[in-house]
Ligand binder design. Sequence first.
Ligand code: FAD
Length: 374
Amino acid sequence: MRIVIIGAGVIGLATAWRAAQGGAAVTLVDPAPASGASSVAAGMLTPVSELTYGEEPLLRLGLASRDRYGAFAAELAEATGLDTGYRDDGTLQVAFDSDDLKVLDDLRAFQEGLGIPVEPLTGRECRKAEPMLAPGVRGGLLAPEDGSVDPRRLAPALLAAGERLGVRLVRRRAKGVVIERDAAAGVRLEDASEIRADKVLLAAGPWSGDLDGLPSGTVPPVRPVKGQVVRLRTPVPFLRRTTRGVVKGSSIYLVPRADGEIVIGATQEEMGFDTRVTAGGLWELLRDARELLPGITELEFAEVSAGLRPGSPDNAPLMGPTALPGLYLGTGHFRNGILLAPVSADALAAMLLDGPVPEVAAPFSPARFAPEPQ
Ligand code: FAD
């Protein structure tokens, strides 16, 4: 089986690795591998703290992926000798004032209604868990099984693991999908050369709708949703685990890494393909982070960057075959592509290799957006 994957973000990279493990001859096409959202993302693995009303199937997918992460990271380390920065030390969510605490109470009722264990903490208990928190923090919730990974370590590890199994990386832009006898037959590159394949997976993040030759009805309804993040550095331990907060109604998170990096995120902006970092974005992030953790102003500033989440109409990924035989989608992972990489790769590789598809992935078929037959 020859498979071409357009896009080497975490979704394309992880699927290439899994498909190669299944015996496929895989080619990845990307002019700049892991240069999209996967290079900006904070790497939270927080399906419980991210829970949103009406997104229960996405919660189940997120939990399934989070529960695979430990083994996934260990398998990658074993295959490549590379560390992904995976941590499973829980996520603390804290409230800044009584209105924010009410938001957390509602979330807790919703989480408990779904049978998900979370631990309510008083303000004092929050500060015991994270001593650098502001004295005024009112209370919080601990999701003990949520964690984090470093996407800037994960992507090179996935690429190395794939290359060890013969995955070929072509550093070129795909211009379109080659269609023959009403089926996808490969990919056309920007220099008009072609790579022939039995199956094509479109995993180009928010650019997935931009390829030539896609019949109407197969163009994925994805759009870019801009997010800005700030990176700070600390030589001494500052935070023990991912800490999220609601500060006067707006959400903020801080993700610590073992090497002293702290990622603060993230804005959410509908700005098309704009990746400029703005003074306002930087200011809002630092302002809210400082309310929760006043000591951050002492830390070294390292970087501010912006990425484009691949958003879909229902905030959930599109994974599976399209109306064009041989063309598959693996995109639309929006806020959760790092979290969802293990489960998505398993599901997409199974589909591409005609194997059994995990039941948890079934609700995410692109068919849910297919136009009604006239
Ligand atoms: P991308 O990573 O965007 O990769 C797409 C790739 O396609 C790129 O490498 C690009 O070069 C390539 N490409 C584009 N066009 C073409 C073409 N024509 N031909 C060939 N290649 C092409 N998720 C989490 O789970 N946890 C988080 O904490 C988290 N934080 C985030 C914070 C921010 C600020 C942002 C922006 C995102 C965050 N996300 C997070 C979301 C996550 O980053 C995305 O869902 C995920 O990276 C999507 O991966 P992808 O492989 O689909 O796309």
